[in-house]
Ligand binder design. Structure first.
Ligand SMILES: Cc1ncc(C[n+]2csc(CCOP(=O)(O)OP(=O)(O)O)c2C)c(N)n1
Ligand code: SF4
Ligand SMILES: [Mg+2]
Length: 363
């Protein structure tokens, strides 16, 4: 006899908050008091760096997913720093996978649970199944296995926590490292003054365009409720879902540790990380239009990894941000258009509030 597979539906959080959001002078939400779950499947006591963006993501995602969850993590910081000396911070079942096989391992879990429930060997309901892979894993070494899982439409949520580098092995360049982002493999010097010449891979658009039957979204740790709701939407979606989350790496990017969440907002407000959702039913993109549009320097100058940039490099970044604004259907204000001109910039480390030059990254 075949048993029915019962799936959970997680309610979404109120975007406006319990007491309503309070705006700062730019119209951004300042204080926000949503009703958050008490369960915390990513408990305190892990060994990531202070201010680690991926650790913030892990906590919010697992809070949103709740206790009836199984989670996998391919090799990377969030495997190594979270599982030292046979300890883990997880209060739900967790498994490590090789860096290349987050997608195949997780699709195997999904198929296994379905089969066990159908055969009456697991009482159900179908658990929340998710994997959180770094950008080196999801955008590079393990891209094929995640794409395969999305294509086959296994009922699980595949998340890339994107710290824009191979952090765990010493901050090497990855396909999502931004243009001019300094890493140990893209140092700046006389021959290549910008450090990294290539633009970043657009992983989330690749996933949405290449697997149009899947729920796909982008978010950042600057918008916790958005991150939690997209986690729940991805889990509620019957079939495969992919979430691409921007997660600053304090050690690799060199910024003040308290600025992780602020960076998660400024990257959006400077047009460098469009936040959107792809609806597979309607086959449509829904773009978030932030209330503030800033020059890219407001974002870049907070990080030592960009401190070597010359005026012409900053102008290149402004051009690509302006292109993003247009892509998401927002006007480009005159002052941002003017900043496409290198003469409107100085060397980034001469900006008033810039971080010290990042010469020892990963050391
Ligand atoms: C096939 C393979 N190649 C290389 C490594 C070495 N390695 C371990 S962690 C890591 C970095 C992973 O980067 P990412 O997925 O972005 O996660 P992060 O460390 O940034 O959190 C690498 C290259 C490995 N474990 N397996
Ligand atoms: S190196 Fe970066 S990603 Fe790794 S634990 Fe530290 S802050 Fe987090
Ligand atoms: Mg990484």
């Amino acid at each position: 006899m075949s048993h029915e597979v019962i799936r959970q539906q997680l309610p979404l959080f109120d975007e406006d908050g319990r007491a309503g959001a309070t705006d700062d002078e730019h119209g951004r939400d300042l204080h926000f008091l949503p009703d958050l779950p008490e369960e915390d499947p990513y408990a305190a006591g892990h060994r990531t760096c202070a201010g680690c963006g991926p650790a913030i993501q892990y906590r919010w995602v697992l809070k949103a997913a709740g206790n009836d969850t199984v989670v996998a993590g391919p090799t990377g910081c969030m495997y190594v720093a979270n599982s030292t000396y046979l300890c883990t911070p997880y209060t739900v079942p967790w498994a490590h996978t090789p860096i290349a096989s987050g997608g195949s391992f997780t699709s195997g879990m999904a198929a296994g649970y379905e089969a066990m429930i159908r055969k009456g060997r697991y009482p159900g309901p179908y658990p929340n199944i998710l994997v959180m892979a770094g950008d080196g894993s999801a955008a590079d070494i393990g891209l094929g296995s995640i794409s395969g899982a999305l294509y086959r439409n296994h009922d699980a949520l595949f998340i890339c926590y994107d710290n824009e580098c191979y952090a765990n092995t010493g901050i090497q360049v990855s396909p999502t490292t931004p243009y001019a982002g300094m890493t140990t493999f893209t140092p700046f010097g006389k021959a290549i003054p910008e450090g990294k010449k290539l633009p970043p891979k657009n992983l989330a658009k690749m996933m949405a365009e290449g697997h149009p039957h899947c729920y796909v979204a982008t978010t950042t740790v600057g918008y916790p409720v958005d991150l939690m709701n997209k986690t729940r939407k991805g889990l509620n979606h019957v079939g495969a879902a992919f979430l691409h989350c921007y997660t600053p790496c304090q050690k690799g990017w060199v910024y003040q540790t308290s600025m992780t969440v602020e960076l998660g907002r400024r990257v959006v407000e400077s047009g460098l990380w469009p936040v959107w959702e792809y609806d597979p039913e309607q086959r449509e993109y829904h773009y978030f239009h932030p209330p503030v549009q800033r020059p890219v320097t407001d974002y870049l100058a907070m990080q030592g990894r960009f401190g070597h940039m010359l005026p012409e490099h900053v102008a290149v970044m402004q051009v690509s941000a302006n292109r993003n604004w247009q892509d998401i259907g927002m006007d480009v204000p005159r002052h941002l258009r003017d900043l496409e001109n290198p003469e409107r910039h100085q060397r980034l480390h001469d900006e008033e509030y810039s971080m010290p030059l990042n010469r020892g990254v990963g050391a």
